[in-house]
Design a protein around this ligand. Structure first.
Ligand code: ADP
Ligand code: MG
Length: 323
């Protein structure tokens, strides 16, 4: 907290806020540095309101479109200099972290301290995800173009919405390498941007030596791991829908206002893999590990999510309530 921040209206919360792709770039919009910066300005303004309330904030973010674009650019160069996904993940953390810092510094009171931590996330060398890529990255293609690229570049492609996208391995995050430093900074009142794109995937040899590996970690799974390790009071996943629905996309969809992890388990298949599935799983993992509440909902409702007046709240013992 900065010296000139207003007195907190309640106990200071330690909040991990996970920004979805839509906080960085509006869905369907072409990825340019300018378009991304313009979208981030809105997200930054909303996050700054949380900080003004006195809460400590750790910010994570996705990187699917960004790492996908960097991969395309890298593949357009000489074959020998094609960069592996861990290196591109690092580049995307730097790029998005910088863009978020610009937006947040503009939105926060003068003197607020913030920093981006280039984060490495340990995954298992034998994670079965390496044999079954599911994480979409980069642009959406028509079927023909996607299959031509798959042949030419050795990609795996899969349907995503109306089109096709490249998919890569998304192993389970096990440990965040810089966690002690992140915790120290957050405790001191520094706003920390970290675990971008789930963190740079690394594997750990028996002697503890870390080595990058080709994958893109799910940012919701990494955010839950981070929030649990930080003993956060709240994990807030900010996306582009008002919350979690049952029968989503049908004319009888129902917004879940609150639920316990146990109440959601029979409905796991209702939350699509690669989008709402990982958010619900992350929320349940956080709630079960900490006893605290995780919230999922629209970025625009950020303050309401923290106050549990909008979105979906997931916590131990919460009744299953629909809007
Ligand atoms: P983010 O970049 O915020 O992680 P995702 O696209 O991964 O965004 O996840 C949000 C999307 O999940 C929504 O736009 C929605 O289309 C989709 N979705 C799938 N199943 C559900 C559901 N049961 N309830 C709400 N949204 C859902
Ligand atoms: Mg997502």
């Amino acid at each position: 907290m900065t010296a000139d921040a207003p007195a907190p209206h309640r106990a200071t919360l330690r909040i991990v806020a996970a920004l979805g792709g839509n906080a960085l770039l509006r869905r369907g919009e072409a990825l340019t540095a300018q378009a991304q910066q313009a979208t981030i300005a809105t997200a930054a303004g909303l996050l700054a309101e949380l900080v003004a309330g006195g809460d400590r904030l750790v910010v994570t973010h996705g990187n699917g479109p960004q790492v996908g674009l960097l991969a395309l650019q890298s593949a357009a160069g000489p074959a020998a200099s094609v960069l592996p996904l861990d290196v591109l993940g690092a580049a995307s953390e730097g790029w998005v972290g910088y863009a978020l810092e610009l937006g947040l510094r503009h939105a926060l009171p003068a003197g607020a301290e913030l920093v981006t931590i280039l984060t490495q996330t340990v995954v298992g060398r034998d994670d079965p995800a390496f044999d079954a890529p599911v994480k979409p990255i980069g642009p959406v293609y028509a079927s023909g173009a996607a299959h031509r690229l798959a042949l030419a570049r050795g990609w795996v492609v899969a349907p995503d919405g109306q089109g096709w996208r490249r998919v890569v391995a998304s192993p389970k995050p096990l440990r965040i390498v810089e966690i002690a430093t992140i915790e120290r900074l957050a405790e001191a009142g520094v706003i920390v941007i970290c675990a971008g794109g789930g963190g740079i995937p690394v594997i750990e040899a028996k002697d503890g030596v870390l080595e990058g590996i080709e994958a893109v970690i799910d940012k919701d799974a990494a955010s839950a791991l981070l929030a649990i390790a930080l003993k956060a009071d709240q994990l807030v996943m900010l996306t582009d829908v008002p919350g979690v629905y049952l029968d989503y996309g049908t004319d009888h969809q129902r917004l879940i206002r609150s639920a316990s992890p146990d109440a959601l388990k029979p409905h796991t298949s209702a939350f699509r893999a690669g989008s709402m599935g990982p958010k619900v799983a992350a929320a349940c993992a956080f709630a079960e590990a900490t006893g605290h509440v995780a919230a999922i909902g629209a970025l625009a409702d950020c303050a309401g999510l923290v106050a549990a007046t909008s979105g979906t709240a997931i916590g131990i013992g919460l009744d299953l309530v629909f809007a």
